[in-house]
Ligand binder design. Structure first.
Ligand SMILES: NC(=O)c1ccc[n+]([C@@H]2O[C@H](COP(=O)([O-])OP(=O)(O)OC[C@H]3O[C@@H](n4cnc5c(N)ncnc54)[C@H](O)[C@@H]3O)[C@@H](O)[C@H]2O)c1
Length: 451
């Protein structure tokens, strides 16, 4: 098999999974021919981290189209910040390559329109890597619903909590600006909205959202009397605490970000109680779906533990998936969050009351509940990452669950966040059919008016 020719754009932390695959596990299927990042230090670091990649051509982000043509690139992997996805995807498609894009597909209506037009005009393939689909527990829930065991879906109740380590991280860097990430309804929840679309095989039609910035940010800090704080975490300053991330304490964070600040000034460790944060940290939504189901959804970004609960009600019964990803956030002797808890087994006992766990229970009417076993594979996300990378680099094999996703799935998930953001601004429910999506409207299936 001749390896396909890849380019990659944006060599931050997410890119490392793709680079690792091209360097090692999937080197027979793909070759990294060219890569770009506005920060040359992150390219240097990535090259050192993956020496098997050799010396791919470095190019200026603005020259993507020329590079695709000159190097006969088959596919461009887009792992840059969310607000840049649409531009890079469209450029790649128009220059004659396929695109593999991280979630979210894009952050706004313009991005949706541009990607839909380019995909339809060029006929090129856009793969969106919704890795949560590949977690065996999520796939198992899909299997249960598709089997008809709980009947037709009537409603979904979905709560996701992000803890003060992971959740806080979105308030330290570009994610904290709505213009860069679309806020958590786009950046984070697009994963969750895709899962629901996929689990219940339906499309959203109307969204009502409520929420706000109630924990992070300067105003909340003032209200709670938190006092003066260090402007960033990687400093020897007594005003740091469990919300301060010290990049110097982790080899990867130091190499990828702290050591590269001189090139672009990107600080990945800014104080979460800063001025200027424009995204929400508490969100609640009601979403209607075309075939009649309703979802109640909530996201919290400052929980003491991390995980999710989803309950799907159907005409014949109910399925419940409960997941604890991290039972508690640990702090060291200096009062700072421990970046890598596996390096501090002495602190792990704090997790004992709420160990990492997953439980899928199905119950039909007039019958006892039964727990559904969740298969486990090797590697990240219960073996899901490996299957995702196989799909991306070798092409999907048998896919009875429909794990692979394209730009139309990206649209169906991101429109919930786009409508949600409009609803937050207007305080009114928003019909998806009222969004200006251009030809992407077709991707939503036949327009169905909400009940
Ligand atoms: N699927 C998942 O679970 C998952 C997890 C993390 C991140 N992501 C996604 O991956 C993407 C990257 O996230 P990250 O955490 O690696 O961010 P990051 O900030 O670590 O990396 C982004 C990289 O893009 C570069 N960049 C900045 N502006 C650019 C531009 N205009 N064009 C090209 N490159 C540019 C930056 O220098 C940086 O190296 C985001 O879209 C994010 O949503 C997905």
């Amino acid at each position: 098999m001749t390896p396909r020719r890849f380019a990659l754009i944006g060599t931050g932390s997410r890119a490392q999974m793709y680079l690792g695959a091209l360097a090692e596990t999937h080197a027979d299927a793909g070759r990294l021919v060219a890569w770009a990042d506005p920060n040359p230090g992150r390219l240097d670091w990535s090259q050192q981290e993956h020496p098997q990649l050799g010396s791919p051509r470095r190019f200026d982000v603005a020259d993507l189209a020329d590079v695709v043509r000159e190097e006969q690139i088959d596919a461009v992997v887009v792992t840059s910040p969310d607000h840049t996805h649409a531009r890079h995807v469209v450029t790649a498609l128009e220059a004659g390559a396929d695109a593999i894009v991280e979630k979210p597909l894009t952050i706004d209506e313009q991005g949706v329109r541009d990607i839909a037009e380019a995909a339809e005009r060029t006929g090129r393939k856009v793969t969106i890597t919704f890795n949560y689909r590949y977690s065996p527990r999520n796939a198992e829930l899909r299997r249960i619903i598709a089997s008809g065991e709980i009947g037709d879906v009537t409603s979904v109740h979905f709560e996701w909590v992000l803890d003060t380590a992971h959740g806080a991280d979105y308030f330290r860097r570009w994610h904290r600006e709505k213009d860069s990430s679309g806020g958590l309804l786009i950046h984070k929840s697009s994963h969750h909205f895709d899962l629901v679309n996929w689990w219940i095989a339906d499309v959203p039609t109307r969204v009502f959202a409520s929420g706000g910035l109630r924990f992070y940010g300067a105003e909340n800090a003032r209200r709670r009397g938190l006092g003066e704080r260090a402007p960033r975490g990687s400093v020897d300053d007594p005003r740091t605490d469990a919300f301060s991330l010290d990049l110097r304490a982790d080899e990867k964070l130091k190499g990828l970000y702290f050591d590269q600040e001189e090139h672009d000034g990107y600080q990945r460790d800014r104080d979460v109680f800063d001025e200027g944060i424009t995204i929400e940290d508490n969100l609640a939504l009601i979403v209607d779906y075309a075939r009649g189901a309703t979802m109640t959804y909530s996201l919290n970004a400052h929980s003491p533990w991390e995980g999710y609960t989803v309950a799907v009600n159907g005409t014949k019964g109910r399925a419940e998936l409960t997941v604890v990803e991290r039972g508690s956030v640990l702090v060291d002797e200096d009062g700072r969050t421990v970046v890598d808890p596996s390096a501090r087994p002495d602190l792990v006992s704090a997790d004992a009351e709420r160990p990492a766990s997953e439980r899928l229970v199905v119950q039909t009417h007039f019958a006892p509940a039964r727990e559904v076993p969740i298969p486990q594979g090797e590697g990240g996300h219960g073996g899901g990452d490996q299957v995702l990378l196989d799909d991306v680099f070798r092409g999907p094999g048998e896919d009875p669950l429909g794990l692979t996703a394209d730009w139309t799935d990206g649209v169906r998930s991101v429109v919930v966040g786009i409508a949600g953001n409009r609803s937050l601004a207007t305080e009114l429910p928003v019909r998806i059919s009222d969004l200006d999506l251009g030809t992407a409207t077709n991707a939503l299936g036949s327009p169905v008016n909400p009940r």
